[in-house]
Write a protein that binds this ligand. Sequence first.
Ligand code: DC
Length: 221
Amino acid sequence: MIAVAIDGPAGAGKSTIARKAAEELGFIYVDTGAIYRAVALACIDHQVAIDDTEAVEALLPQSDIRVIFFNGEQHILLNDKDVSQAIRAENVSMAASRVSAIPAVRTFLLEFQRNFAKNADVIMDGRDIGTVVLPNAQVKIFLTASPEVRARRRVLQLEEKGEQADFDKILYDIVQRDYNDTNRKTAPLRAAENAVTVDTSEMTLEEVVDKIVGIIKEQGL
Ligand code: DC
């Protein structure tokens, strides 16, 4: 089995790029952030404060999170309900970043994530895929871009959907999430030792996809 790990900060374009690269290579694409988002949504739905780590831990066994692939698209089910859209709300983004710092949450999700790579060739994206989830991945990529570029891309994404976007607020949230994800004690966001870092600030989407597919093919995979 072939595993490609793509890690990097929020808004670096990981999911769009990983999805397209997986399509080109015929691999499964697994977005692990969506799984943390489902845990965050469970907390919000049950009005569990994320600071209350014991309450969050108690909620985990009651949260049946499933990932299904439908027409090649990943869907997330939380207690049998498709929450793929609901987990994208801005309040869920910050809650996911905070909930993901709880060691019990990370332990709860570890094997679940590893199982995807057991029977299929995968491109998996997240924050700790190359360092913790799939340390033996044949290819490890650290995808990054400046906070300003990431915020601008997010604004464009929201505007395309006809939604209001406040650049300063989005930039503030991105910097805050970077801080949370990089400074937590368990499995912080960082490039794996043998990862190739790709800064996408000055690159188009197509250039990044070509570069990533090129790196994977270079390995003879
Ligand atoms: O990739 P994303 O923005 O959808 O992820 C949401 C949050 O989940 C992110 O801020 C940190 C956390 N996360 C993580 O800690 N480890 C992962 N492998 C993926 C996401």
